[in-house]
Design a protein around this ligand. Structure first.
Ligand SMILES: Nc1ncnc2c1ncn2[C@@H]1O[C@H](COP(=O)(O)OP(=O)(O)OP(=O)(O)O)[C@@H](O)[C@H]1O
Length: 363
């Protein structure tokens, strides 16, 4: 653990940063909708889930296992909590990386009470042997505990009470078929439209007691990458700015000035996104360029570029993944105020990647 002392300003700073992070987590938890009726957007998922839960309550049986998939920050954890709250059942929370041995899972499953909701985040990162144990537990409410080793090993079946598994994943494609098939209901969460994000922001501003005017909400929503977690985070930064540099009211001008200060541009791109686009366009002539070369050019790990920056850039129509490498679209060139040289081969109009900011999912 880092040593802290008065002669160690860096240590003190990191302590302040750690405390701020805890505060941020507390605020994030406080902003979570607690019931389905408070959950904004994802109308289809909400309706389907509401039916599944009502039917289970009517039959007085735990509902089928539920799988929630979609990018980070769209409300999977929130929905899992809501499922437990709507059923009036306790919630147990764990994650794939925490289950590295079948024994970890056996201990967890055998300690569940009847009807309990088990939330397994990042389910695609669970160890293979645990996955096999989970298939049986989901289907037969039984775990086979293996005693002994080699030829003398025997499996002792252990009954477990019926429970509901809520699995969450950002990579549904990585889940093995047999596991996917054991979920009775799968919901794919999509990015939120600007109008839905404005609704999220209005709700959060009310809870945080932040005066947010209509245009202020629209300005933040437009820069929130279709993601409620980001919208809430930007709102907190804009609130700081409004209180310190303005009269406390979040207007469009205040929001724009604050977010420019925090390096979030009008399309929601942050410093890393822009560095990736900049390298792709200015250093590699728009590509195609391999992921690892691109990552080295921006001084980041390949995973960071692939999992943090790229999904948004692809979604916003600024970058395309092709078999030969990453390519900047014409929209990416114009986002940087540039025009692709003739014959450059940038993916352009006619391709779905031509328009930046594609988050408007509203019907
Ligand atoms: N539909 C929604 N309505 C209002 N607020 C929401 C909604 N979805 C998410 N949020 C807010 O966004 C934050 C992030 O949501 P949550 O933690 O549930 O996302 P997640 O999909 O589980 O993300 P991760 O996979 O990164 O854990 C929550 O604190 C919550 O306040």
């Amino acid at each position: 653990m880092a040593r802290q002392s008065h002669d160690d300003p860096a240590g003190a700073e990191s302590l302040v940063a750690a405390e701020a992070a805890v505060d941020e987590q507390e605020i994030e938890a406080a902003l979570r909708p607690k019931r389905l009726g408070e959950f904004v957007g994802q109308q289809r998922v909400r309706e389907q889930l509401s039916l599944v839960l009502d039917a289970a309550k009517l039959r007085n049986r735990p509902p089928d296992h539920l799988l929630l998939s979609g990018p980070p920050g769209l409300g999977k954890t929130t929905l899992a909590m809501i499922v437990a709250a709507e059923l009036g059942m306790p919630l147990r929370v764990t994650s794939g990386p925490a289950i590295q041995h079948a024994g970890d899972l056996a201990a967890l499953l055998s300690s569940l009470s009847e009807g309990e909701v088990l939330f397994l985040d990042e389910i695609h990162r669970m160890a293979r042997p645990a996955e096999e144990m989970l298939y049986i537990a989901m289907e037969d409410f039984r775990v086979d505990v293996v005693v002994g080793k080699g030829a003398g090993a025997t499996a002792i079946p252990l009954e477990i009470p019926p429970f509901t598994l809520v699995g969450a994943t950002t990579r549904a494609g990585l889940l093995p078929g047999p596991l996917r098939d054991r979920f009775g209901f799968t919901a794919h969460m999509d990015f939120y439209s600007p109008a839905e994000l404005e609704q999220v922001l209005r709700r959060s501003a009310g809870l945080l007691d932040v005066p947010l005017d209509r245009d202020g909400g629209a300005e933040i929503a437009g820069r929130s990458r279709g993601t409620p977690r980001i919208a809430n985070r930007l709102l907190r930064r804009v609130r700081d700015y409004a209180q310190v540099r303005a009269d406390g009211v979040v207007t469009a001008d205040v929001a724009a000035a604050a977010l420019t200060l925090y390096d979030v541009d009008e399309a929601g791109l942050d410093r890393l996104d822009r560095a990736v686009l900049d390298a792709l366009v200015r250093r590699f002539g728009g590509g195609p360029v391999g992921l690892s070369t691109l990552a080295v050019a921006v001084g980041e790990e390949t995973e960071t570029v692939e999992e943090v920056a790229e999904p948004f850039l692809v979604r916003a129509g600024l970058l395309a993944r092709t078999p030969r490498g990453r390519v900047a679209t014409t929209a990416a060139w114009s986002h940087l105020g540039l025009v692709p040289p003739p014959g450059n081969g940038a993916l352009g109009s006619g391709s779905s990647a031509a328009q930046p900011v594609l988050f408007d999912n509203s019907p």
